[in-house]
Design a protein around this ligand. Sequence first.
Ligand code: GLN
Length: 560
Amino acid sequence: MSKSGAKSRRKESLRIPKAKYIFVTGGVVSSLGKGILSASLGLSLKSRGYKVATLKSDPYLNVDPGTMNPFQHGEVYVTDDGAETDLDLGHYERFTNISMSKLNNVTAGQIYASVIQKERDGDYLGGTVQVIPHVTDEIIMNITKLARTAPKPEIVIVEVGGTVGDYESLPFFEAFRQFRLMAGPRDVLFVHLTLLPYIAAAGELKTKPTQHSVKQLREIGIQPDIIVVRTERQITREIRDKIGLFCSVNTRDVFMSRDAETIYEVPLNLEKEGIPDSVMKKLGLKQREPDLKVWADRVKRIKKPRKKVRLAVCGKYVGLQDAYKSITEAFIHAGAELDTRVDVLWQEAEDIEKHGPEKFLNDVHGILIPGGFGERGIEGKLIAARYAREKGIPFFGICLGLQVAVIEFARHVAGLKNANSSEFARTKYPVIDLMENQRSVHKKGGTMRLGAWACHITRGTKAFEAYDQELIHERHRHRYEFNNAFKDVFEKHGMIVTGENPDGRLVEMVELKDHPWFLACQFHPELKSRLIKAHPLFYRFVEAALKHQEKENQDVKNTP
Ligand code: GLN
């Protein structure tokens, strides 16, 4: 490509497509719920019939969160197209019911990688490559790319990770400032979320941190249009006035986001506050009524369920619940459909190894083993899987959870002594093993079996009962696979393969024949669960746990 060719291509991708753009920024502290606010806005606007797209921009230098420890970053959310992304994309999907792709998450790592690649390719030949304009242009291009992609959104919501004032997010804020100039003020809106702390000793909600964070935003040339304050208490008119005055926004444009009982209530609270209406007005969009009936109904059920059940998740990242975010949410979705509160015992697998299963698992009605990497905690998980199998407790294995169930079955039922996964040990019986195409892979980033893969389900199985269809697509993120060399031995002993990838004959689901509900899958079903449509496997697992609980209660009653 010639120098002028690269230049005109760059110019073209900087052209801003006609749409409305909402930038969601955060101040004071992190974890205020910018992701939930963005997802809720997405839902509110979508429920009014607008075509919405959401983009998360993350200022860290990793190309994606795929190489981070879950304790650092929480869960890695995988999209259908195999991108390893920020967990906020999970909120976007669960709220808006729109499937995300790699275009919906951009990191500073990706931005810099692309700029440096272009520099090497000679795209900027003759020039000095700088943060402004090269890095900022690249950030802008990522927004315009999403805005140009079908189905072309009418509204693009861009959330920026971190807090205003962080060094690393500066290029993003600068790019957004330029974006407003390029697109014109009528099409761009800045929503700033801050914290309003309550100081008990003074008996007051304090606005100063909000004032400071808005000041910081203004220093980099951004004046927020709407301020949303996260607060545990109702705010008064005086507080709104004060924030308005000091932050140069109209009192009408200061809103609160009160702590909610469930995150799914947030969109309903935003409606009550009138935030979506204000957003539409400011952007010159036609006012429309939202349709949130089904949503509100689900929220009601989450808040006042008739039944409850207690389940255990035995993992190794249980100290940080964000590491299992989508599983937590999938339980809530299934619970909402089954009118059940799902209480989860987050059980450290290593403790089971040390103290045995009885102490921790004797009062749960279902056991789930989630995904994971590395050997720590494996023995504890094997004990938990055995406990579920032998006691007839509903069992759900996800990814590593399938691998554990398979190893346990191999060792204790199929008689394959010391069977293991080759991820953990060299063994005579590598029942879980690397596929040929993974053996030569040494680079870590984006090299697993990722994204949506087809799975064919056998009729007459629990899997079929759940999905009620033969061909499904589910999302993956792993390197190791069930070793087909052992398939016959397993089936002979009662562990059957019920889901298989039609092309590679990869095992995707296994079940136990003689068990009330024992199912494990190599994919991550939790990633596709939504509030308005719980994932069928989670639904069936919770349902099986309820049945198990009922049976136990009956048994107790019948004991003389
Ligand atoms: N460590 C296992 C593998 O790579 C399982 C991965 C997972 O649970 N996501 O195959």
